[in-house]
Design a binder for this molecule. Sequence first.
Ligand SMILES: *[C@@H]1O[C@H](CO)[C@@H](O)[C@H](O)[C@H]1NC(C)=O
Ligand SMILES: *[C@@H]1O[C@H](CO)[C@@H](O)[C@H](O)[C@H]1NC(C)=O
Ligand SMILES: *[C@@H]1O[C@H](CO)[C@@H](O)[C@H](O)[C@H]1NC(C)=O
Ligand SMILES: *[C@@H]1O[C@H](CO)[C@@H](O)[C@H](O)[C@H]1NC(C)=O
Ligand SMILES: *[C@@H]1O[C@H](CO)[C@@H](O)[C@H](O)[C@H]1NC(C)=O
Ligand SMILES: *[C@@H]1O[C@H](CO)[C@@H](O)[C@H](O)[C@H]1NC(C)=O
Length: 497
Amino acid sequence: MSASRLVATKLSQLRALCTVAAAEVISEPRKPMRLYQKLAALGGTGGSVSSTLNEHVMEGNEAKKNDLLRIAHGLMRIRRPDHALQVIEWMENRKMSLSSANIAFCLELISKVKGVAEAENYFQNLPASAKTKFTYSTLLYCYCSNGMEEKALSLFKEMEESTLHYNDLMVLYLIVGKLEKIPGLVEEMKQKNISLNAFSYKLWMQSYARQNDTEGVERVYHETLENDAALCDWTVCSNLAAHYIKAGLDEKAESALKKLESVMDSTNREAFHYLMTMYTNLSNATEVHRLWDSLKAAFKITTNTSYQVMLTCLRRLKDLGGMKRVFEEWDSKCTGYDGRLVRTVIYAYLEHDRLEEAEDLFKEASKKVSKPFLRGMELFIIYFLKKGQVDRCVEFLEAAVSISKNEKWTPHFSTISGFRTHFEGNGDVETAQKLFSLLKEVDSLKATAYHLLLKAYAAAGKTDPELPRMLEEDGIKINSELEELLQEVCHCNVSSY
Ligand SMILES: *[C@@H]1O[C@H](CO)[C@@H](O)[C@H](O)[C@H]1NC(C)=O
Ligand SMILES: *[C@@H]1O[C@H](CO)[C@@H](O)[C@H](O)[C@H]1NC(C)=O
Ligand SMILES: *[C@@H]1O[C@H](CO)[C@@H](O)[C@H](O)[C@H]1NC(C)=O
Ligand SMILES: *[C@@H]1O[C@H](CO)[C@@H](O)[C@H](O)[C@H]1NC(C)=O
Ligand SMILES: *[C@@H]1O[C@H](CO)[C@@H](O)[C@H](O)[C@H]1NC(C)=O
Ligand SMILES: *[C@@H]1O[C@H](CO)[C@@H](O)[C@H](O)[C@H]1NC(C)=O
C-alpha cells in the first residue's frame, strides 16, 4: 500500500503503512499462477505450505525465486502473513539467497505472525551485511506500529535521519496518543532540512484533528499549500474534509470536497468512491447522484465495487427506490453474480422491515449465485433473532447448517456479533440452547456456540456443571474470556482438568 493512499483517521490504516512495500515494490502474481492459487486456497483447507511446495517440485515443476517472492507478497496481500512467512522459510531452508529488501519483508512477516520479540531476535542474528537501511527501517516500523516507544526512539538514534523514519515516529505518537510530540518532530525536520512529504503533512494534520483542533488542522493544510501545492493531493483534501464532517462544519466540508474534486485525477475510482461516501455523510443526495453519473461517464466499465459503493450510499440515504433502480441496472448488465451487492440490498430491505422484498430477492439470488447463498441466509438469521421470531431464525439456521456439511461456512463477523449482542444481555436461555445445538454442528462455529451459550447462561444466572466436560470432549481451546465465563457459570476451576 502506498503512503499516498492513506486517507482516513483509523489507526488500523496507519498500521497498514508498510515501509518495506515503499522501499521495494514487488508486484502481485501477474498471471493467475497455479501454485499461487493452490497456496491461496490453503487458508480454507488447512493444508501445509511446505508440503504443497514440495509436491509442486516433486511433480517436476520449477520453483523460481522471483515467483516464490511474488507469491509470498500475494499471500500477504490477501492477509495470510503466516503462509507468506512459510514460503520464505521454505526458501531459506533451500538456501535460496535473499536480498536485504526480501529479508526485511521476512522480518515484517515474523513480527506479524510471531510477534515483535521474535522479529527483534531475527534482526539481531542477521549477518552484518543484512543489517541495511531496509531491515533497520522495518524494525523501526515494527516498533512504531506496536507503540513501543523506548525501543523505537533508541533505534531511531542509530539510524540515518530521513522523512520515512520521521513519519514512522509520527505514526508511533498517534498510536500511543502522545499527540503533543508530533509538532515538535515536524519542527525538528524543518531545522534539519528534512523535507516533509504528503504523508508527513497528513500525519501532522491528524495530530490536530484528533484533538478537535480545527485551527491546527487548517494551519497545516495552508502550510502544505504554501510549501508545495503539488503535495496537496486528494488524500490531503480528504483528511481535511473528514475532519470538517466530524466536527459538524458542513459548509467547510463541502468546500474541501470541491477542492478534492478539483485536484483528483479523473481516472481515480477510489477518489470518486470517497466523494460519494462523504456526501452521503453530509446527507447530500444531489451530489451523490451527480458523482455517480460522472463516475459512470469517466470509465468504460462500472465495476462491482463502484456499484457496491453506490448501493451503500443509497441505503444510508434511505433512498430504497433509487437503490432498487441501481441494483436492477447492475443485475441486467452483470455477467457473474456478486453476492456482496445482493447482500447490501437485502440488508437495506430488512432494515426497513420490507421482508417480502428481501425474501423475493434472496430467492432469486439463490438461483443465480454459483454456491449456496450462505451470506444471504445469515442476514435473515440475525434479522429474525432480533425480531424474536425464533422459528424463522431456526428455519434459516437449519438450512445453513445442513449446507455446511458439504460447504465450509465461516459467517461474516457482523453475524457473529449479531448473535453476541442478542445473548449478552438478555438471558434467553431457551433460544440460546436451541441455537447452540445447531451451531455446534458447524466446525468453524463450535467455539462460538459455547461462547454464546455461556453468555446467555451468565446473563440468566444459570449454572451447568456439565459444561467444562462438554468443552473438553469437543476439544475447545479455553481462552481467557471463556475461562472467565466458565468460572462465572460453573463455579469451577477450569485449569484443573
Ligand atoms: C536544504 O535542502 C535543499 C534541497 O534538499 C537544499 O537546496 C538547501 O540548500 C538545503 N538548505 C540547507 C540550509 O541546508
Ligand atoms: C473530540 O470530539 C469528539 C466528539 O465531538 C469527542 O468524543 C472527543 O472526546 C473530543 N476529543 C478531544 C481531545 O477533545
Ligand atoms: C460517515 O458516516 C459513517 C456512518 O455513519 C461513520 O462511520 C463515519 O465515521 C462518518 N465519517 C466521517 C468522516 O464523519
Ligand atoms: C449539496 O452540495 C452542493 C455542493 O457543495 C451544495 O451546493 C448544495 O447546497 C448541497 N445540498 C444540500 C441539500 O446540502
Ligand atoms: C462482478 O462480479 C462477478 C462475480 O464475482 C464477476 O463475474 C464479474 O466479472 C464482475 N464484474 C465486473 C464488472 O467486475
Ligand atoms: C485452580 O487450580 C490450580 C491447580 O489445581 C491452582 O494452581 C489455582 O490456584 C486454582 N485457581 C483457582 C481460581 O482456584
